[in-house]
Design a protein around this ligand. Structure first.
Ligand code: FE
Length: 339
């Protein structure tokens, strides 16, 4: 495998080429180009495996999601991108709303990925699942005290809660799901209660939320589970545990990393092939192990480390709602003083 990498100040552009003579002759000129806000170390092993399986080369450009969306818009019909990959349904939905994707609904995608993790028009497909749930300090909180996202707004958590900033799309998507389930008024009450209960100014990162819980600044918080996985990997004896929220009601809020075939793809056929391949058992197993996420394909078991955190009921709200309700969520958080 010969890897050529060009680095510019903002983006990294890499081409994986197959030097193996076993590559299928017919596929030799086949190339699919991907723009990805998912980091190189999380996508490269997948693309290499795809090329090995199909002979189709993958060229990719990584960068910040927002910058890549702007780039796609500017490039228009001239874009080299056949696929755009990013994290969070809020971002995927936004790209779809900017007319950057084409609808792709194949039997393979439908059978591999449940409907709630896909755009109803097939503009994008979730490929890995991340759960955003409660994390707590086991020295200061009993799991019996925990129940729902809404419960974190009650008086018993006064001065004990840490949250990530409302600017992060993960927070926007979670609050969108609360609006979807409870309506705006009740969600405003929940967010107001959270803000009243904060032990500190909202944190910039999920890892900071957990550091604050470990340092004793607060007792509970909300995080995406893979950040918990990374921390426990480094500090396995931390008195920190995940609690699956809303198990008797709506389920844990889940989100996705995902991808869509671009509207102006010059090789849509190969891009669809890649998308389907990414939803397959083989790719889904790689996906889960690379970032301690959950497979989007529900027939695939999670990685051992992730499985050890226990099974849980997922919120099956269609994730397009995370985008549709995002503006309402942002406004509501602003009004309630969630920074
Ligand atoms: Fe993240």
């Amino acid at each position: 495998m010969n890897i050529k990498t060009l680095v510019s100040s903002t983006v990294m552009f890499s081409i994986l080429t197959v030097s193996s003579i076993t590559a299928v002759q017919a596929a030799i000129d086949e190339l699919v180009t991907v723009y990805s806000s998912r980091k190189e170390h999380l996508i490269k092993p997948l693309f290499e495996a795809f090329t090995k399986d199909t002979g189709i080369k993958v060229e990719y450009l990584t960068g910040k999601g927002g910058a890549l969306i702007e780039r796609l818009k500017l490039e228009g019909t001239n874009t080299k991108a056949d696929m755009f990959m990013t994290v969070d349904a809020g971002n995927l939905w936004y790209a779809g709303s900017q007319d950057l994707f084409q609808g792709v609904q194949t039997d393979t995608l439908k059978s591999n990925i449940p409907a709630y993790l896909r755009d109803p028009q097939g503009l994008w497909t979730g490929l890995s699942v991340r759960a955003r749930t409660i994390v707590y300090n086991t020295d200061r909180v009993q799991s019996e005290e925990l129940s729902t996202y809404a419960d974190l707004a009650t008086d018993k958590w006064a001065g004990r809660l840490c949250l990530r900033t409302s600017k992060k799309v993960y927070t926007k998507s979670l609050v969108s799901s609360l609006i979807h389930h409870h309506g705006k008024d009740k969600t405003a009450d929940i967010v107001k209660g959270w803000i009243n209960n904060l032990a500190a100014t909202p944190n910039a990162k999920d890892s900071h939320v957990m550091s604050a819980i470990l340092s004793g600044q607060c007792d509970v918080g909300l995080v995406n589970t893979y950040y918990y996985g990374r921390l426990m990997d480094k500090k396995p004896n931390s008195p920190l545990k995940l609690f699956w929220a809303n198990q008797n009601t709506t389920g844990v809020h889940v989100n996705v990393s995902g991808a869509g075939v671009t509207k102006h793809a010059s090789n849509a056929k190969a891009a669809i092939q890649l998308l389907e391949w990414l939803s397959s058992a083989k790719a889904q197993a790689i996906y889960g192990s690379l970032n301690k996420e959950y497979p989007a394909n529900q027939n695939i078991a999670s990685d051992d480390v992730v499985s050890a955190w226990g099974s849980f009921k997922q919120d099956d709200m269609n994730l397009a709602q995370a985008g549709i309700l995002q503006a309402d969520a942002v406004k509501l958080m602003q009004i309630q003083g969630y920074r």
